[in-house]
Ligand binder design. Sequence first.
Ligand code: NAD
Length: 331
Amino acid sequence: MKIVVDLQERSYPIYIEKGILTNVNQYIDLQRKVLIVTDTGVPSKYSECVQKQCKEATIVCIEQGESSKNIENYQALIQKMLELGFSRKDLMIAVGGGVVGDLCGFVASTYMRGIDFINIPTTTLAQVDSSIGGKTAIDLGNVKNCIGSFYQPKAVFIDPNTLDTLSNRHFYSGLVEALKSGAIYDQELFELLEDCDVKEQIEEILYRSLMVKKAVVEIDEKELGLRKILNFGHTLGHGIESASNYELLHGEAVALGMVKMVEDESVRKRLVRVLEKWNMPLEYEYDKQKSFEYMLHDKKKVANMVSVVQVKEIGQACIIDMTQEELKVKF
Ligand SMILES: NC(=O)c1ccc[n+]([C@@H]2O[C@H](COP(=O)([O-])OP(=O)(O)OC[C@H]3O[C@@H](n4cnc5c(N)ncnc54)[C@H](O)[C@@H]3O)[C@@H](O)[C@H]2O)c1
């Protein structure tokens, strides 16, 4: 399957195919210097498989976990490319989840004012969501994504076979982003997630989720309006994720954030039913004051007002402004 994200000169293909990891060189010029970034939790066979297809590739393996999306790793990767004599014509490839993708994309966007970047996502979260759309970022301490850029990849290769090695906790928490996409934009996707065996229908889920993101990003690449709906559950979720010191995974925190934001009882019930089926920790204890303070660092705040996403009916989202006081009681 191939989807094209149409952004004029920044357009790029997304390939979804079991086994495509072994054929990346058929689609992309790998006859140049390549820096492959992966992490210690990603089975090394994936990055090595890509390395074998390159003429001259170096693998850098960072420590797994959110805390690796940091400025030290950013600097180390830039330093590595300088040492290896990378020019603007060379290439970075991320092989891993959203952590590796966000970090690698940000490095690529700034090295010599931007070099080519390819994303090979290997988690459900990265395959249904974070690998497309061009948001790249690193964190500063517990403040998530506060340094970043919009920088589109040249191509995205999604091999659903790589999900076979993913833990169930990461598998299901990553699907929360797909559930979010269904809730805000695609009722049929939401219904599919309610009813199907997600492991059996994973390709359909990937495709539909990516189509939602593509549609939204093509209309509003830089999040000036519509794209904000992709943040459903994220304003509260990011605050909770930070306050949990990343004990909660991104998808788990977003799950809590969605449930807390929804006011319509029937929408909440349907969300909770799926999230419980996926064992999301909806009863999690966290420091509400701390979460609120982290949320205030969020860039989506203007003066006293915060833009938040509300879902009143499955498949349809709206953006509303709330005061900080109104939002505080939602935690
Ligand atoms: N850029 C965006 O648009 C966007 C959107 C949503 C989330 N994000 C970011 O994505 C990050 C979360 O991404 P994530 O959930 O993929 O987490 P992650 O990158 O930390 O990956 C989760 C874990 O799975 C391991 N792993 C990865 N692939 C594996 C595989 N195939 N088999 C076995 N283990 C594997 C990793 O080593 C890691 O320990 C957060 O930093 C979040 O802010 C970005």
